[in-house]
Design a protein around this ligand. Structure first.
Ligand code: GLA
Ligand code: ZN
Length: 686
């Protein structure tokens, strides 16, 4: 776990700092490029993402390619010590293509084909779109794969969405045939006998539609899996077109918080994971809940390859797509940028370098504003961060020593919300996952976010909130994990369905019943205002006490082999088990039968982290709104202490000797953090 990975680019083995650079907007004014290069150096930038939506500039008409502007750009980068993530431009297509080949345009679920326009509006199956992409990608690769300024490939932009055209329907049927081989197998996996939904010919099957089939859960789930596979196949197609020209050049695609794509399926295709993070800071005085949420996504993206990732986009100031656009308060630019680094990013990149003069993002934050010079607050913040990042080269490649993991599967996410079950007004699956993660984040426990197919054995603590979709194999793996000494925390509404969204028969939580030592007989949904409570019983080794509020979902469980640690306070199920622990082999498995709030989760995980023996970034209790995250190479630990509370905070350290990485001075026993303050502390074991 504690190791140092090689930098993502041997040519640029430092923290990357830069922005999406779209100079095709400024081709009429060559002085802009010259001035931009001066400003990039002044801001301490070293890596720009270029060409992201440049198809119209690169191929202004079919088969006529224009590389002159990109040659000039990359050559001036090389001459000035700047580098580029070179993008393939498939995120948006030129008008001539949509006009000549309308089949490249996406068809929505209502079966209506979109008109030309927008971006991310193309069919991933269309042979023409694939052919045109491969031609242009290959030309870019042939010309630039060995260019000294190019550090890697930025494939397309934020893949996403789905297409319901006839070609995609055909592909869906093929995908199903490969998966199920026979219609009988498909019909039984989809429980098609219900409502006479039995298929008698593959040709009868279509993608889910608002005016057609939308209620067959197994069908919906398979469609979502197919959409991921289709998108991965398109991404792979793009990579194949560029890879050959220089196999050493790393490949990434920028991801986003997209629910519709199972990003774990992309991980093997890519050399490095990158993602775009746009939190809406300062909606409240205390930003810590939002910071924990962002931390969750940093942890998730890092865990896709379990190695450093890249923050590919963020805003240097504000975004322009939210209802109210707040500016970053002093200190927040540095804090939020270094938060990414704290969780494992080896870059801080922005959208975009220079503000557009027109069109939809002309008021989105950028490093260079419409005023055109460097004398702005935002530019100063960016330049200051550039200086800080330049001092963090030794952090590049260090890993995150997580002994704790949260289980978060996309197919569970899809299935749990499609369930039509105990609380259709909101099961709040993601919110629940975030709440458990937040409790760990507040304790400074480094946490991976993993999927059921990942390896469990390296962890001491696995938290699996609402593992509604639980395969037999996942149940077995969790059982082995606990037997071998691991601690598992699970909750209500777990082990309910299998991979086809078919209920486990014989008692919930299905494949987890033995490990958790309980039988979940019934579940009740509560209205927003309804409350129950959990009374913790005295005398347990965890020494938790008190009564805590329970909300939204209450499961009525029987402790089979589990011990009862807490019981319900109210209603006809008062006195029945609400919190249990089952000992199995060398480990233990906790079960929360109801939704508990942050006050309980904070106290619970404080004890559990201790009893499971998981590592924390700092072995102290952190003040509210402060987190600590750690990166390490096994010799040196880099502890990032961050204050999102909106108030000044004083943090006592844990007795180790720390040196402040920015000032090179010893940190002492306690540090003072102003509002939005951050300190990077280094401690070495030799
Ligand atoms: C996304 C896109 C960018 C830009 C930003 C604005 O993440 O990838 O092109 O539109 O949002 O926030
Ligand atoms: Zn299509």
């Amino acid at each position: 776990m504690n190791k140092r990975f090689p930098p993502v680019s041997a040519a640029l083995p430092v923290m990357m700092h830069g922005a999406d650079y779209n100079p095709d907007q400024w081709q009429h004014d060559p002085k802009v490029l010259e001035e931009d290069i001066r400003l990039m150096k002044l801001a301490g930038c070293n890596a720009m993402s270029v060409g992201i939506f440049s198809w119209a500039a690169l191929e202004p008409s079919e088969g006529r390619f224009e590389f002159g502007w990109l040659d000039r750009l990359l050559d001036s980068f090389a001459a000035n010590g700047l580098y580029a993530w070179l993008a393939t431009p498939s995120g948006a297509r030129p008008a001539w293509m949509s006009a000549k080949y309308p089949e490249v345009l996406r068809v929505e679920a209502n079966r209506v084909r979109n008109l030309h326009g927008m971006r991310h509006n193309h069919c991933y199956s269309s042979p023409i779109y694939r052919e045109k992409t491969a031609i242009l990608n290959a030309k870019l690769a042939e010309r630039y794969a060995k260019h000294p300024a190019v550090v890697g490939w930025h494939i397309s932009n934020e893949f996403g969405g789905e297409c319901h055209c006839e070609l995609c329907q055909e592909e869906f049927r093929k995908w199903l045939q490969e998966k199920y081989a026979t219609l009988d197998a498909l019909n039984s996996a989809w429980w098609a006998s219900f409502w006479a939904h039995t298929y008698t010919d593959w040709a009868q099957i279509e993608s889910p539609a608002p005016h057609g089939e939308s209620m067959v859960h197994g069908h919906n789930l398979d469609w979502r899996r197919f959409v991921t596979d289709r998108t991965v196949s398109f991404c792979r197609h793009e990579i194949e077109a560029v890879r050959g020209a220089n196999p050493d050049l790393p490949v990434t695609t920028n991801m986003h918080m997209i629910e519709g794509l199972d990003y774990r399926r992309f991980a093997d295709e890519l050399d490095v994971i990158s993602w775009d993070s746009y939190p809406l800071w300062h909606e409240r005085k205390d930003d810590s809940e939002l910071a924990a949420f962002v931390g969750f996504y940093h942890d998730l993206f890092r865990s896709l390859k379990k190695k450093p990732f890249l923050l590919m986009e963020s805003t240097p100031s504000l975004t322009n797509w939210q209802s109210v656009s707040k500016l970053k308060r002093p200190g927040m630019h540095k804090l939020s940028s270094l938060q990414a680094v704290a969780h494992g990013s080896d870059s801080v990149q922005y959208f975009q370098w220079r503000k557009s003069r027109g069109s939809s993002e002309k008021f989105h934050g950028a490093v260079v504003d419409h005023v055109g010079h460097e004398h702005t607050r935002v530019f100063a913040d960016v330049a200051e961060l550039g200086r800080t990042l330049a001092g963090l080269t030794e952090v590049v490649g260090t890993s995150t020593p997580a002994e704790t993991a949260i289980l978060f599967d996309w197919d569970n996410r899809w299935a749990v919300k499609d369930a039509q079950g105990p609380r259709n007004m909101g099961l709040h699956y993601e919110e629940t996952v975030y709440a458990h993660h937040r409790a760990l984040w507040s304790l400074g426990v480094p946490t991976d976010v993993i999927g059921s197919e990942d390896e469990f054995s390296g962890y001491r603590l696995i938290v699996a909130p609402m593992l509604y979709l639980c395969r037999e194999e996942t149940g077995k793996k969790l059982e082995q994990f606990v037997e071998a000494g691991g601690t598992l925390v699970a909750t209500y509404w777990s082990g309910i369905v299998d991979e086809h969204d078919l209920c486990h028969l014989g008692g919930f939580p299905g494949p987890l019943r033995k490990t958790l030592g309980i039988w979940a007989e019934e579940i009740e949904g509560l209205h927003d205002d309804d409350r129950n409570g959990v009374i913790l019983l005295p005398g347990d080794e965890l020494e938790l006490e008190g009564t805590f509020e329970a909300r939204e979902l209450c499961e009525l469980i029987h402790a089979e082999t589990a011990e009862v640690l807490g019981v319900y306070a109210d209603d006809f199920y008062a006195g029945r088990p609400a919190l249990t622990r089952n000992r199995l082999g060398l480990g233990q498995a906790y079960y929360m039968a109801t939704r508990l709030k942050d006050d309980f989760l904070g106290e619970f995980y404080w004890k559990i982290a201790d009893s499971a023996g998981v590592r924390k970034a700092l072995e102290v209790k952190l003040p509210e709104g402060v987190t600590a995250q750690v990166r390490s190479d096994g010799v040196s630990d880099y502890v990032f202490v961050m204050n999102f509370s909106g108030e000044p905070r004083s943090v006592s350290l844990d007795g180790r000797v720390y040196v402040d990485l920015e000032s090179a001075e010893e940190a002492g026993a306690r540090i003072e953090l102003p509002v939005n303050g951050i300190r990077i502390l280094k401690s070495s074991s030799i």
